[in-house]
Design a binder for this molecule. Sequence first.
Ligand code: ZN
Length: 304
Amino acid sequence: MSDNVIGVDLGGTKVEACMLDANRELQGRERVLVEPEGGLDRVVDNILYVINAAAGGKSYSAVGMGAPGTYIDEKDTIYGVPHTPIYETPGFMSKLRDKLKVPLIIENDANCLGLAEYFASCSDKYSYVLAVIIGTGMGYGLILDNKLYRGAHGGAGEIGHTTIDYMGRLCECGRRGCAEAYLSGSSLSRRFEEMGCNKIGAEDIYKLYLEGDQFAIKLFDESCHMMGEIFANAVVAFDLEAIILGGGVSNLPIWYEQVPEFLKKSLFGIPRGEIPIIKAKMGDSAGVFGAAYLALREKGVLKF
Ligand SMILES: [Zn+2]
């Protein structure tokens, strides 16, 4: 049986696949548009195309796939994909599975990101870690006792939709005061605009912060405090040892300079020592590598 496995990162716009060997070394990689507007058969064909292209004619023995939302096995359905509703079609995964002829393991895409970052940065040091991915939105992967923790329905770790102010900003999920309504890339940008400033991205607001702009300073002071509180909530709830921060917004150095202090002040109870905030390392590769790790676990090469 082949030692190679495939990882697939299914997004709403693009689908990417990679082939890894048993040492987690990259053997091949491909990315194409997923074309959901062309219907489910087109999507399946595009997924199969990237898998074959990444394999480059070599054999493989399992496929791991990260997808938005949560896949429930018994229903053979992915739930919670409002931006690409066609993925919620019952039987979508069976359609793919029937054509693959090797085991297919499906996991939430943010869990795959978290998993890859955990192995890249701190699996040798820590066993209780939350990976928080902040881009346009927010995603999470929770590792407890060295294992990806899914919860009863696969939805564990969603700290961005825990509230820090029940009268606060309206979140896309319908609740008020969620962390995501303040700290995602789009929320940072919107909050800055609401201060009467131009609507610009987080990196540009950070440039203004460095130049001493009073609105940018206020925005980042508040945001670092909030991030410290929300991370402290997670640390206290799960007794975590570290937080990994990834995604586009995680590139701003201010989080690593200021959030640990707020986090430390808000911790409760037992002595814990420093809770490091670790910058993610894998960038764009995290999703597809994390998906391949699911396949390596299936083969008994990785344990988590
Ligand atoms: Zn929310």
